[in-house]
Design a protein around this ligand. Structure first.
Ligand code: A3P
Length: 283
């Protein structure tokens, strides 16, 4: 990373240079919409017959190791975990339009998690800043905000990212499930059951009575996951990012601590324009 930064034109500061690198190497800059949470939940749901909360690999393995990212260059190592468990799960941040035709035409199902745009901006900002080891003074939020509004962010403009999967989910509802971060927070049980049904692993009545759903929700919740040693101090081999970067606050509405009134008005207007005629509510 340091070498890449040095190789860039010298007229920009380290924050701008770092961001340029992140946008270029998109796998570095995740959408920050709850992917890590969704991975833990899906993994726990699909492996619940093998493991419980005291034996699950999630206790010692980072969620991104348990469910690898397709475009991540370290995928081979993680693939082993997936293969050992015969786990049919893989993740990607690719926009729908960039998915290979083989994926679209396959029988695989897609779960897409999306989130309030303002919280996505704040989360992406801190993730990038932390990765580059920059303070908030050195990496102004306003710059990240302006870039985001121009559509400059990892994996392209966030609105288009959401719209791509939203449209596809209308055309192929049996293949694509949209989950909203805020809904998963406010109504975890119904949404985790929806997820389990969709991925073909519904909870039985007996499981529900035995508290299996509640246990999975609690185990995968921010409170628990962010306290696990692996998520506090771990790092994927060869990655630039510490696992803890993926567990920052885990709250809805943190944007209120960063946005001025002008910023709020600007992003809400953009979102209204982009999502005009849709049922999407991400403000
Ligand atoms: P914040 O930066 O707002 O805290 P991703 O996994 O797509 O990279 O998204 C990361 C965001 O999801 C971060 O948001 C992180 O704190 C939050 N997150 C991670 N695990 C979570 C969990 N179990 N419950 C709720 N939010 C979680």
């Amino acid at each position: 990373m340091e070498e890449m930064i040095k190789a860039l034109p010298q007229h920009t500061n380290s924050w701008s240079k770092g961001k340029m690198i992140m946008y270029k190497y998109q796998d570095f800059c995740a959408p920050k919409t709850g992917t890590t949470w969704l991975k833990s939940l899906s993994f726990a749901i699909l492996t619940r017959e093998k493991f419980d909360e005291s034996t699950t690999p999630l206790l010692t393995k980072f969620a991104h190791e348990c469910v690898p990212l397709l475009e991540n260059s370290h995928v081979v190592e993680h693939e082993n975990i997936r293969k050992n468990l015969s786990l049919p799960l893989i993740s990607t941040h690719l926009p729908y339009a960039s998915l290979p035709e083989s994926v679209i035409s396959s029988n695989c199902k897609i779960v897409y998690i999306y989130r309030n745009i303002k919280d996505v901006i704040v989360s992406q900002y801190h993730f990038g800043r932390e990765a580059l080891k920059l303070s908030m003074e050195d990496a102004p939020f306003e710059e990240a905000f302006n870039d985001f509004c121009k559509g400059v962010s990892g994996y392209g403009p966030y609105w288009d990212h959401v719209l791509g999967y939203w449209k596809a989910s209308l055309e192929r509802p049996e293949k694509i499930l949209l989950l909203k971060y805020e809904d998963l927070k406010s109504e975890p049980k119904s949404n985790v059951k929806r997820l389990a049904d969709f991925i073909g692993s519904p909870f039985s009545v007996d499981e529900e009575k035995a508290g299996v759903v509640d246990n999975i929700i609690k185990f995968c919740g921010f409170e628990n996951m962010s306290k696990l040693e692996v998520n506090k101090t771990g790092k994927i081999n060869g990655s630039l990012f510490e696992n803890r970067f993926y567990y920052r606050k885990g709250k809805v509405g943190d944007w209120m601590n960063y946005f001025t009134n002008e910023m709020k008005e600007k992003i809400d207007k953009l979102t209204d324009e982009k999502f005009d005629g849709t049922s999407l509510l991400l403000k």
